[in-house]
Design a protein around this ligand. Structure first.
Ligand SMILES: [Zn+2]
Length: 97
């Protein structure tokens, strides 16, 4: 899945509780865009989201069923990133993925 975070994500070290590293090579399997979302959630220094990135986050939140949330367009970047991650997790958990 392509995201508007991919270009930035290629240069971002992931902060997931993934598989650590081996010989200096990061072993996590997160897509580039997810690395940026995780960096936002962790409060790490990443550039503010662009309007395109924020709109993509709102689309992901809506796409994965969080349609009853009020006005995510007004949330902070960190809040949007956290909600995207949570909506993905909810989607997977409810489908046994
Ligand atoms: Zn990762």
């Amino acid at each position: 899945m392509l995201t508007p975070f991919d270009a930035l994500g290629a240069a971002v070290r992931c902060h997931c509780p993934g598989m650590g590293e081996f010989d200096g090579v990061e072993l996590c399997a997160c897509p580039a865009g997810e690395k940026v979302l995780r960096a936002h959630v962790a409060g790490l220094p990443v550039p503010p989201m662009t309007a395109e990135q924020r709109a993509w986050c709102v689309g992901e939140i809506r796409r994965f069923g969080w349609t009853d949330w009020d006005c995510p367009e007004a949330w902070t970047d960190d809040g949007l990133a956290r909600a995207v991650m949570a909506s993905w997790a909810d989607y997977c958990q409810h489908r046994g993925i």
